[in-house]
Ligand binder design. Structure first.
Ligand code: ADP
Length: 915
């Protein structure tokens, strides 16, 4: 605030008060002490001198001794001390003079005159001294006044400068309200020139906001009524540009005779605006915290909560004071307390966001779940100045989560039940299917007339279709439930493709269709993956190809598309020249139950699941099935599947025909225990085993199986997994532990029979001590292969492998012993001779004759042995191809085979054939 000028009537820029000594200080300037101190030594010195010259001067001289002292005293002490001293001097002198007169000094008159002169001189000196002194004093006062004027002037200049450059607007107002002066800052603050404002009456100033007129008048009145006291006011003034500026004014009446007022006006528009913004923000914050369902709070930088929103208080049923006193911590249940507090402290210490779910006790006494979050608020240099926090009630969410978990548990239980159900259904369906298909196969292999054979063939293909549908549905539901798991075993991809082709070959034999298989040279011999799933995909694509290609060719090829240390990617193509697929249907056929149109179902059958399953299987092998098809020209299905390279130690353990000894080596008669409770399956197994001249016994439950195993010696156990009393796993485990206890010399091979063939079941079977697994419905060839794998041919020749094809022999002679006998005799009579002839023409190198001889002997040999018949045909082909090297090898093999065959045919009886 500006200082009020001393003299308000002076120009508005007149100065500040300067301190002037009100009276001249004579006594201060000329002090007695000075006079005394100066006169005394002078007096002494004078006396000493006079004393020395007293003879000469006489006593009269003493009078003038006081003179210098008087003069000095007069000078320093002023007129009165001067006079006083002079008079005292006179008095002393007179006393001395009197004594002198008494001594009758003749020069008294002269002395008196001298004395008078002395007095007169003293008085003159005193008066002169006083006059000089007064002049000096006057000059001093003038000098001081001049200096004071200068100081005032400087102060005024400073004041003027201050006023001119003050950021505030300072005005001097006459007692009647007229503005006498205003600082130039009025231009900056209000946009007016000072001249525009001077002369305006502040009691009726047009630039005062209409709403603030009364306040301005009151302000003016108050200043006028209370001299010497500062009065404050706030009002708005209109800027030259029309905007309103907020002004904070301080006014005071000037303490001089003019009675003018000085008013300091400060532009506080920005501050007011900031205040308004803060106020608005506060209002907004207040309404927000009231409105939000969350409990809002803020805390100091040290984590002490300093604000609770109304919702917080409402929820807890406590006043803010209670909350401040008791602290929010008291509302946390004991179980959550330490975790919450330690985390909050850690967050405050590290200035990291706080985010935790915990319970807070409400006014109802119940602890509700809250998601509590807090973020630090930082100032410009990053220092945390406070915390903003919110608590969101998640009790319902927590409840829903708990419900969801319970529902998930239920769903998992239900899913498990569904899995169980599927497994059971699978088992229940496959078991009778096993019997139906098995028996059909047996019937088809028996001697049927053409009509019966056709009927049975129809039953067989219907059964096969039904089994495919069941398998597809079970696979589909398994995939739908996300239960698809791929095995990781070594297998040969090329061989797998070839196997599928071989299996499908019979289907095209009667049709004008060629099935071609191409295996790229770079395709690795062994990869790690799921061979059976790959086979399933190829089987589906090839079956479709064959199904939808009336004539032409169906080609399957495989090539290596990528290989690194971790992956081997193989690309498969299945191409046909069939009916093709309409472009608009090409995408949807991969969707479940999609077929090109309903007529397809009628004409070709199928469920529309095959491609869905195939594409999902390929996806599981990290690939995608692509389709290119032109209606009427054919389709190409391509996919890339990713496998892993085998570890060097890994050997192919899956079905691999190269590992399986050929039929000749395998067909030794085995004593087999069939542990199976289903009578159809038992019958089927009996029939199948009889075909292979194996003998068997049957146990219809697990315990019986274990008993029989204890009583008798068997070569093989065919063990059903689902059996009463003891299931297959228990039987296998008990058998193995018995073998371990008795330190049995040989380990009984066990093949599991199951309708469920999942990787887990396989693992469980192997873990229980079984050696292999055959899935129902049983394909005879699969069973034989499994038997060959687990019961390799003995190295000694005690059981020469049977070359006799019992099935074929039986098909020829049924149960007619005589016929069999005739057949045997005729065979032994003719065929060895034919062999001799064959060897003879071969030794001559007559390939034409060899071809004929081989052809002739082939049909004879096939009556008893398919293997021998096959070798004869191979010889015929080699002769036809005029490949003499091949002929040599074929003839050698044929001769060897026949030499082993003769004794077996000789000892063949119907009984052996049947059992
Ligand atoms: P389905 O069991 O009915 O054959 P898929 O999923 O295997 O089921 O095939 C779905 C449909 O896709 C078939 O019904 C057929 O319309 C069409 N399709 C599949 N493969 C071929 C093909 N090679 N040539 C022509 N149409 C095909």
């Amino acid at each position: 605030m500006s200082t009020i000028p001393e003299n308000p009537s002076s120009p508005p820029n007149s100065g500040m008060a300067v301190e002037i000594d009100p009276k001249p200080r004579f006594w201060g300037e000329r002090s007695y002490s000075k006079a005394f101190a100066t006169s005394l030594p002078l007096l002494i010195i004078t006396l000493l001198i006079r004393w020395q010259f007293r003879e000469t001067l006489g006593e009269r001289g003493l009078y003038s001794t006081f003179l210098p002292a008087v003069i000095i005293a007069a000078h320093f002490g002023g007129v009165w001390p001067g006079l006083t001293l002079t008079l005292l001097g006179v008095l002393g002198t007179n006393l001395m003079l009197s004594s002198h007169i008494l001594k009758l000094d003749p020069k008294a008159t002269a002395d008196s005159l001298a004395l008078l002169m002395f007095v007169g001189t003293g008085i003159v000196i005193s008066v002169l001294s006083e006059s000089v002194h007064r002049t000096y004093q006057r000059n001093l006062i003038l000098e001081r006044r001049r200096q004071a004027q200068l100081a005032i002037q400087q102060t005024e200049e400073r004041f003027t400068h201050l006023m001119r450059h003050s950021s505030d607007m300072i005005g001097i107002v006459a007692p009647d309200g007229r503005i006498l002066y205003v600082t130039p800052s009025v231009k900056r603050i209000l946009g007016y020139q000072p001249e525009e404002r001077i002369g305006q009456n502040i009691q009726d100033d047009p630039i005062v906001h209409p709403d603030d007129r009364a306040a301005t008048l009151a302000f003016f009145k108050l200043i006028s009524e209370r001299p010497g006291i500062s009065v404050n006011a706030e009002f708005r003034l209109r800027h030259a540009n029309g905007n309103w500026r907020d002004i904070e004014a301080v006014g005071q009446i000037l303490l001089d005779e003019s009675g003018a007022l000085i008013i300091n006006c400060r532009d506080v528009t920005d501050r007011k605006q900031a205040e308004r913004t803060i106020h608005e923000n506060e209002q907004r914050w207040g309404s927000l915290t009231k409105m939000l369902p969350q409990l809002i709070w803020t805390a100091n930088a040290d984590g002490t909560v300093d604000y609770y929103s109304p919702q917080f208080m409402k929820f807890t049923g406590k006043t803010s004071e209670e909350l401040y006193q008791e602290g929010w911590e008291n509302l946390i249940p004991e179980e959550d307390y330490s975790a919450v507090i330690s985390q909050w402290k850690a967050c405050v210490a590290s200035s990291e966001n706080f985010n935790l779910e915990f319970r807070i006790r409400g006014a109802d006494g119940i602890s509700h779940w809250f998601k509590v979050q807090a973020v630090p608020v930082r100032d410009y240099d990053g220092t945390v100045i406070r915390w903003l926090g919110s608590c969101t009630d998640i009790s319902e969410l927590k409840q829903a989560e708990a419900d969801l978990l319970a529902a998930k548990d239920n769903a998992e239980t239900a899913n498990q039940a569904k899995d169980e159900f599927l497994a059971n259904v699978s088992h229940e369906i496959r078991t009778p299917m096993n019997a139906i298909l098995g028996m059909t196969n047996l019937l088809l292999d028996s001697s049927l007339d053409e009509y019966q054979h056709d009927l049975m063939q129809t039953v067989k293909s219907a059964g096969d279709n039904l089994l495919t549908i069941i398998n597809d549905l079970l696979d589909y539901s398994k995939m739908d439930a996300g239960k698809l798991e791929l095995e990781l075993t070594p297998f040969s991809p090329g061989q797998t493709v070839q196997e599928v082709v071989n299996m499908l070959q019979p289907r095209i034999e009667t049709r004008n269709l060629k099935l071609i298989c191409e295996i790229g040279e770079s395709v690795p011999e062994t990869v790690l993956g799921d061979a059976s799933r790959l086979r399933q995909v190829l089987m589906n694509l090839l079956t479709n190809g064959i199904k939808f290609t009336p004539s032409g060719e169906v080609k399957v090829s495989v090539e290596l598309s990528d290989r690194n240390e971790e992956q081997i990617a193989l690309t498969f193509h299945v191409q046909d020249t069939g009916i093709g697929i309409a472009p608009e249907r090409q995408h949807s056929i991969f969707e479940a139950f999609e077929q090109e149109d309903t007529s397809t179902t009628r004409k070709y059958g199928g469920t529309g699941l095959g491609l869905t399953i195939a594409s999902r299987l390929v996806r599981a092998m990290q690939g995608e099935i692509q389709l290119q098809s032109t209606p009427g020209k054919g389709s190409t299905f391509s996919f890339t599947a990713v496998f892993r390279p085998p570890e060097s130690s890994e050997q192919i353990t899956s079905v691999d025909s190269s590992d399986v000894p050929d039929a000749q080596e395998q067909s030794r008669a085995l004593k087999i225990l069939i542990a199976e409770d289903n009578e159809f399956n038992v019958k089927l197994l009996e029939q199948l085993l009889k075909q292979q001249t194996h003998s068997y016994q049957v146990a219809t439950d697990g315990e019986q199986a274990l008993r029989l195993l204890q009583l008798e010696q068997f070569d093989l156990l065919l063990l059903d997994i689902h059996m009463p009393l003891k299931d297959g796993f228990e039987v296998a485990r008990e058998l193995r532990s018995r073998e371990a206890e008795t330190q049995a010399e040989s380990r009984l091979p066990v093949i599991a029979l199951t309708a469920r063939s999942t990787p887990q079941i396989r693992e469980q079977c192997l873990a229980a001590g079984m050696d292999d697994l055959v899935t129902k419905p049983m394909q005879p060839e699969e069973l034989w292969q499994a038997i060959r794998r687990v019961c390799p041919a003995p190295t000694d020749s005690s059981h020469p492998p049977s070359l006799i094809d019992c099935q074929m022999v039986r098909a020829t002679c049924g149960e007619n012993v005589e016929l069999l006998q005739v057949l045997i005799e005729s065979f032994l009579e003719n065929v060895p001779a034919q062999l001799i002839e064959l060897r003879e023409v071969h030794s001559r190198g007559d390939l034409a004759a060899l071809r004929e001889a081989a052809h002739k002997i082939a049909s004879a040999l096939r009556t008893f042995s398919a293997t021998a018949g096959q070798l004869a045909l191979k010889t015929e082909e080699a002769a036809l191809a005029e490949d003499s090297d091949e002929c040599d090898s074929c003839v050698a093999q044929l001769v060897d085979c026949c030499e082993r065959l003769w004794p077996q045919v000789k000892t063949l009886s119907l009984e052996l054939l049947v059992n």
